[in-house]
Every structure is written in structure tokens, then in C-alpha cells.
Design a protein around this ligand. Structure first.
Ligand SMILES: *Cc1c(COP(=O)(O)O)cnc(C)c1O
Length: 244
């Protein structure tokens, strides 16, 4: 078994343990494998080990990788900040956008989707940490945003996404996850999309077990499977420097 395959098996086992510990079904958590900075050949090792759900945070890198892996039975999620002028390219590879964080992006997505005659699953990104460096709606702005979204017929809101505060402080990280869960629980009852807003995408390599214990239905994991990224923005594609 490859190292990638055994890491993936280890992550899956830890997710199952965390789910069972918190009284949830073993199969209640979807793993989006985050492939940013990872070359297609190593991504193929994960696909061979059963990974089907892949995530990228940059449009150009995602497109190139999806092209390189177009023979594989995978689906791609866009999980990073999406500029409105990159919507067209994002929709060439992504079948889900987890980082819907503003009305202007919803408008741009809707317009392009209407043109393409298709729909798109989206998650509303919420800034639960309050850190200025993070994208996402302020928690108090979510209800009004969901009301606006109800007028966008190509977008299918499925729930919420967040990044916790970057800290080893378990209490603070869990507070972020609990905040997202509270937002979801309220939206389930009050939002026009009501019962469709079930998903909670939260938890990364350093905190996915806490996230599962707090109710995550989707975790986004990269380094725990592929190993540490040398540089936050390292580019492996020749000519891809400055891509976003
Ligand atoms: C990179 C990234 C992840 C995964 O982080 P890892 O530390 O590699 O698990 C999750 N979510 C988003 C939005 C990311 O950009």
C-alpha cells in the first residue's frame, strides 16, 4: 500500500472513531480530499485508494489538475476564495462551490449557470473565527443572505462552511465549529431553503476529529493524507506562478 493510501485509511478510521464517539453513524461524514500543491500522480494514488471527492482552493490550479485527471471518476469542489471574474473557469471543473461568501459572487455564478443551463450545489462560507484575514459572512449576516439567495434558482444551497481560528486552543477551535452548527440549526428552521441546509463543512488536517464531534458532515483534509505542504502557496505547475 502507498503511503498516501495508508494515510487516507488512517484519516478515515479516525473519522469513524470520532463519529461513533459522538453517537453518529460511521458513514455520516464526507471527506473532501484537498489536493492543492499536490501533483496529479500523487493524487492518483489517493484515487486508487478510493478518494472520489477532491477539493482545490485556486481556480487555475484546479482547472489544470482536473484536466490532468479527467480520466478519473472524481468530482471537484471549489473550497477557496473565488473572484467573480473567475466564475467561468471555476465552473469548468467544479461541481460544488463551498466558498460562497457574498452576493456579488452569487450573482456572477447564477448568471453563468443560467447560460450553461445547469445548477450548482453551494455552501455559504461563514467567518466564525472573526479573524480579519478570513473570508466568509459575519454570522449575523447569514439570515439576510439566505433570504437573498432564495431568488437565485440555479444555486442550490446545501449548508455552511467555515475555517476555525488557527490556534492549538481546542476550546477556541470548537467554539468556531459550534457557532457554525448553531447557524445551521437556526437556518434549518427559519431560512426559506429550510430543510435543505443540512451540511456542515468544517475541520481540516489539524482539527477534523473535533469538527466531527461537533457535527461536521464534510471535512476538508489535505496534509494528513499527502504530508506537509512546504510553502503555503508553492506552485508545482510550470508557468503557474501567480495563479489564483
Ligand atoms: C488547504 C485547505 C484545507 C485543508 O488543509 P489541510 O491542512 O491540508 O488539511 C481545507 N480547507 C481549505 C479552505 C483549504 O484551503
Amino acid at each position: 500500500m502507498s503511503l498516501v493510501a495508508s494515510n487516507l485509511a488512517g484519516v478515515r478510521a479516525r473519522i469513524v472513531d470520532a463519529a461513533l464517539r459522538s453517537g453518529r453513524a460511521a458513514d455520516s461524514v464526507r471527506v473532501v480530499l484537498v489536493t492543492k500543491t499536490v501533483e496529479p500522480d500523487r493524487v492518483r494514488e489517493a484515487i486508487a485508494a478510493g478518494a472520489r471527492d477532491l477539493g482545490e482552493n485556486k481556480v487555475q490550479e484546479g482547472r489544470r489538475k482536473a484536466d490532468a485527471l479527467s480520466d478519473e471518476p472524481v468530482r471537484w469542489s471549489m473550497i477557496g476564495h473565488l473572484q467573480s471574474n473567475k466564475v467561468k473557469d471555476a465552473l469548468r471543473f467544479a461541481s460544488e462551490v463551498q466558498s460562497l461568501d457574498r452576493l456579488s459572487l452569487a450573482t456572477a455564478l447564477e448568471k453563468r449557470l443560467q447560460f450553461l443551463g445547469r445548477g450548482l450545489d453551494v455552501l455559504v462560507q461563514v467567518n466564525t473565527s472573526g479573524e480579519a484575514s478570513k473570508f466568509g459572512l459575519a454570522p449575523e449576516d447569514v439570515p439576510a443572505f439566505l433570504k437573498e439567495l432564495a431568488g437565485f434558482h440555479a444555486l442550490r444551497p446545501k449548508g455552511f462552511m467555515t475555517l476555525a481560528t488557527f490556534t492549538p486552543d481546542e476550546h477556541e477551535v470548537r467554539r468556531c465549529f459550534q457557532s457554525l452548527r448553531d447557524i445551521r440549526d437556526r437556518a434549518l428552521h427559519e431560512a426559506p431553503q429550510g430543510e435543505h441546509l443540512t451540511q456542515l463543512s468544517m475541520g481540516m488536517s489539524g482539527d477534523f476529529e473535533w469538527a466531527v464531534e461537533e457535527g461536521a458532515t464534510i471535512v476538508r483534509v489535505g496534509q494528513a493524507v499527502f504530508g506537509p505542504r512546504a510553502l503555503p502557496n508553492s506552485h508545482y505547475w510550470p508557468g503557474a506562478a501567480g495563479a489564483s
